[in-house]
Design a protein around this ligand. Structure first.
Ligand code: DC
Length: 220
């Protein structure tokens, strides 16, 4: 099987996947695909339509009738840029209904594959190197300790002037890790052929430089 011109980056929430994958894509001249945004957009759609999010069939019907797109790291729902709206605490909480629903994963995985088949991409998510692009040329598992990820998240809140409790944020991250790893379809797991990059104590620039070295070697 010929390998696809895909750099697949998977890892837990808060490891720095989005920002690093976006910069890596720019350096490599490839398109950036943010797959978490697609699951978030389905959740936002369900919230906006007042659906019972636990009713997989109605959420899947809404998702298949909607246009969910990821372009240059921004997420669009029926043409509207929802990049900020999908990151609200309410949408973040609701995303697990979309991510845990096999029929919704099937719709989004198909859309993601179609993009990877048409052009070179750097894609990030939980299942990109495993379920979606098992034949990606380059697979990276980007991770960091729970404490490091919680510190970063607390820093982001403080930068926005929001007071938050470290232990609460730490518990939320650990709960998301558990939910992401234990789902039956498309769980977060490391592909056996992925290169593991641990980002504890590293700056974004250092991580991007490391990813670029790995990707250039694999894509060569
Ligand atoms: O990367 P993120 O935080 O934007 O992802 C939002 C949620 O979507 C996260 O809880 C896991 C889920 N997700 C997924 O199940 N599969 C992906 N490929 C990407 C994200």
């Amino acid at each position: 099987m010929t390998k696809m011109n895909v750099v697949a980056i998977d890892g837990p929430a808060g490891a720095g996947k989005s920002v690093c994958a976006k910069r890596l894509a720019e350096r490599l001249g490839l398109e950036f695909l943010n797959t978490g945004g697609m699951y978030r957009a389905v959740a936002l759609l369900g919230l906006r339509q007042g659906l019972d999010l636990a009713d997989e069939e109605s959420l899947a019907t809404a998702a298949s009738n909607a246009r969910i797109e990821s372009r240059e790291g921004r997420t669009y729902l029926d043409g509207e840029d929802v990049t900020e709206a999908i990151r609200s605490p309410e949408a973040t909480q609701a995303t697990r209904y979309a991510a845990n629903a096999p029929s919704i994963r099937a719709i989004l995985v198909k859309a993601q594959r179609a993009i990877g088949e048409s052009r070179g991409i750097v894609t990030e998510g939980r299942d990109q190197g495993t379920a979606v692009f098992p034949d990606a040329r380059c697979k990276i598992y980007l991770t960091a300790s729970v404490d490091e990820r919680a510190r970063r998240r607390v820093g982001e809140h403080l930068a926005r002037g929001e007071q938050v409790d470290f232990d609460t944020i730490r518990d939320q991250i650990a709960a998301r890790d558990k939910s992401d790893s234990e789902r039956e379809v498309g769980p977060l797991c490391q592909a056996p052929d992925a290169v593991v990059v641990v980002t504890d104590g590293k700056t974004i620039d250092e991580v991007v430089a490391e990813l670029e070295r790995i990707a250039r070697e694999k894509l060569a």
